[in-house]
Ligand binder design. Sequence first.
Ligand code: 9MR
Length: 398
Amino acid sequence: MRFSASFSVLFAFVSYAAAQSAEWGQCGGIGWTGATTCVSGTVCTELNSYYSQCLPGTATTAPSGGSSTTSAASAPSSTATVGLAVAAKAAGKTYFGSATDNPELTDTAYVTILNQTSEFMQLTPGNSMKWDATEPEQGVFDFSGGDQVVNLAKANGQLVRGHNCVWYNQLPSWVSGGSFTAAELTSIVQTHCSTIVSHWAGDIYSWDVINEPFNDDGTWRSDVFYNTLGTDYVPLALQAARAADPNAKLYINDYNIEGSGAKATAMLNLIKSLQSQGVPIDGVGFQCHFIVGELPSTLQTNIEAFTALGIELAITELDIRMTLPATDALLEQQKQDYQTVIGACNAVEGCIGVTIWDYTDKYSWVPSTFSGQGAACPWDENFVRKPAYDGIVAGFQS
Ligand code: 9MR
């Protein structure tokens, strides 16, 4: 008796639930003909006019304690009605995009938003094209992770930034711990760059051929490349990349070059020197891993200084972190800061595109690197758009 009673309760619940969208499911949007109500504990939240989603939370109560970011129910959120990539294109930019990483691609709620070309016209693989992923043993190449991101981008009609060929970090130990002659390392760098760039030739808008070559004081970073080859590794890698994919734009990418100073000057001088030697160099990447309330005041003039060299500039890894918990005041300042960064790019024609270093706090690199900090992305960890989203739109409309 008790058994059958439970059964009918269960049955009633299942039939009721079937008329509602599940957590993370779609619950509205232009052309949507499915359920428009959400299961208990979630709220149907409009992400854009084409997509509403059942997000965790309730309409009237604040999220339970311990949440490090925001929820649609309590915190200020976005009201913009235009997608980020739509806003970027309308401003004449080539793209607005996001970094992504292979483990995230099993998260259907995440991928649903990543696939929206109204938001993202470009993807950067966060890890899967790096040396440790692509050539873990000498001469043994693995393109599987990078292929997955490239194939997703191609299916969506999104551009791809290749990241990266030569970097001191995320090197396999056979490279970082190797003891090479200059001739040996020259060949190793040429083989690595030409193999990965040619594998994805035709599918890549731009490559970060060189990543983070300088210390913060503008001196060259001491690593296996510089210590063995001096500065020659830079032209070597750029020439190998150019030969492997003549259509890819070749970049050098770094952080703490966004405002003027010793490191920016070192990068300007490197680019001038490469140009004077006829070495291919098409662009510079400003990573832009910023802190709320602490933007460099010379960002726009520095973008102008780089683009005056006749190269393009991209904002390649934008995020703006804060000390948690996220308060309304911090979220408002973050919105202003996103607007300022995008506005600086918008004001300079040679700043061709912007990539955020993943779009959601759920997958941001920040909390695991900077203890007590986070909430750096325009979407919170529940995929709710934050005021920062509106700051980006306003920046492109400025
Ligand atoms: O987002 C990347 C993270 O998943 C890795 O653990 C980390 C390891 O170095 O690299 C992160 O990406 C970095 C990028 O490749 C270069 N600029 C700084 C980025 C954040 O650390």
